[in-house]
Write a protein that binds this ligand. Structure first.
Ligand SMILES: CC(=O)SCCNC(=O)CCNC(=O)[C@H](O)C(C)(C)COP(=O)(O)OP(=O)(O)OC[C@H]1O[C@@H](n2cnc3c(N)ncnc32)[C@H](O)[C@@H]1OP(=O)(O)O
Ligand SMILES: O=C([O-])CC(=O)C(=O)O
Length: 370
């Protein structure tokens, strides 16, 4: 038995949800470029869960279900109020989603119908939880979800407590489409491992949030913003990055386990970042990002991943960096739950082997002789 570090190149399951072949990303066979330009997030979530694009009636019915489910239990809001105000937002989200199960009478119902309903519920409730965490942390009361609007609009509304403008809604919706699923990434794998024991969907999503939090995965978007803030002005960017490269430090938002010639999602976020900057008459964040890309790609051949330009996009939407990874989770819960449903269908427990590299032939020494 020989171990492969990081399971690189190992095919661990079959899946019909999303694929990456020769650098091309598809959801259920639809190219991400087409979906990013033309589909709404709700259409994409439906596609991931049910394997086809919804017709008008199916979409309307999903939107109604999401509106009906979007409120979270009062007891959970009271619980969030008890979280320390300076806690990590992903840690708060992880705890809140785990607690959500306590208030769902169908949490342990393992029928396909109940699990599909819980997937939609989790999708509807995550934005409400994230907005509540953000507002409570600022000493504000949470805003109740609005019925009959898109998830992107509702999230921005609940976050700000006022009607968001159309350009922000559109930009966030597109970002959500781009983050919705990504084959067997670490958080999705974590969710599948968890539910393959026949544990419940809330456990699977809680595991996934824990995995997404790390800076080598979803947490990189926050780390990118920290870097952009440290750089501050364009004249400092080159020296800042050079020093990091000389110190052999990782540049957040660059590199990918699967894409070696570039992440197809990055160009959409780059374009959005430029457009938002142009609209505001200030492209500083975009300009710094482009310069960083030139240096990192020029010297290391590494290309930006989905997390790199999303940082400047979210900042230009007026969103604080502590919410970047939670927003990733708001989108990715569609993919996680689609994978969880797929895992339950024809499940087998996931239990690989480890190549043992420890001591052998040890003789037990009684406690009083050690
Ligand atoms: C949504 C997402 O999860 S996208 C990824 C988000 N994560 C990040 O942006 C964090 C920065 N990037 C990384 O840490 C990595 O590129 C990962 C985690 C994405 C992929 O990791 P792996 O496939 O294991 O690649 P690995 O870390 O082995 O990198 C291969 C080589 O490229 C270098 N490298 C990879 N990424 C970077 C980077 N961002 N900056 C500098 N060097 C890098 C490594 O140091 C390594 O060099 P070496 O062979 O000289 O030691
Ligand atoms: O696939 C990966 O390893 C990470 C990633 O880009 C994602 O989850 O979107």
């Amino acid at each position: 038995m020989t171990a492969t570090k990081g399971l690189e190149g190992i095919v661990a399951t079959t899946s019909s949800i999303s694929s990456i072949v020769d650098g091309v990303l598809t959801y259920r066979g639809y190219n991400i470029d087409d979906l990013a330009e033309q589909a709404t997030f709700e259409e994409v979530a439906y596609l991931l869960w049910f394997g086809k694009l919804p017709n008008a009636q199916e979409l309307q019915s999903l939107q109604k279900d999401m509106s009906d489910y979007a409120a979270i239990p009062d007891a959970l809001i009271e619980q969030i109020k008890l979280y320390p105000k300076d806690t990590n937002t992903m840690a708060a989200l992880r705890s809140a989603v785990s607690s959500l199960a306590l208030y769902d009478k169908e949490a342990e119902d393992m029928s396909q119908e109940a699990n599909e309903k819980k997937a939609v519920k989790l999708q509807a409730q995550l934005p409400t939880i994230v907005a509540a965490i953000a507002r409570i942390r600022q000493g504000l009361e949470p805003v109740a979800p609005k019925a009959g609007v898109s998830l992107a609009e509702n999230f921005l509304y609940m976050l700000r407590g006022e009607q968001p403008e159309e350009t922000s809604i559109k930009a966030l919706d597109q970002a959500l489409v781009l983050h919705a699923d990504h084959e067997l990434n670490a958080s999705t794998f974590a969710s599948r491992v968890t539910v393959a024991t026949l544990s419940d969907i809330y456990s699977g999503v809680t595991s996934a949030i824990g995995a997404l939090k790390g800076p080598l995965h979803g947490g990189a978007n926050e780390a990118v913003m920290k870097m952009l803030n440290e750089v501050g002005t364009i004249d400092k960017a080159e020296a800042y990055i050079q020093q990091k490269l000389d110190n052999r430090e990782k540049i957040m938002g660059f590199g990918h386990r699967v894409y070696k010639n570039g992440d197809p999602r990055a160009k959409h976020l780059q374009k959005m970042s430029k457009e938002l900057g142009d609209m505001k008459g200030n492209t500083t964040l975009y300009d710094i990002s482009v310069l960083i890309e030139e240096v990192v790609t020029g010297q290391k051949g590494l290309k930006p991943n989905v997390d790199f330009y999303s940082a400047s996009v979210y900042t230009q939407l007026g969103i604080e960096h502590e919410l970047f990874t939670p927003i990733f989770a708001i989108s990715r819960v569609s993919g996680w739950t689609a994978h969880i449903l797929e895992q339950y269908d024809g499940n087998r427990i996931i239990r690989p082997r480890a190549e043992y590299t420890g001591l052998t032939d040890q003789k037990y020494v009684p406690l009083d002789l050690r």
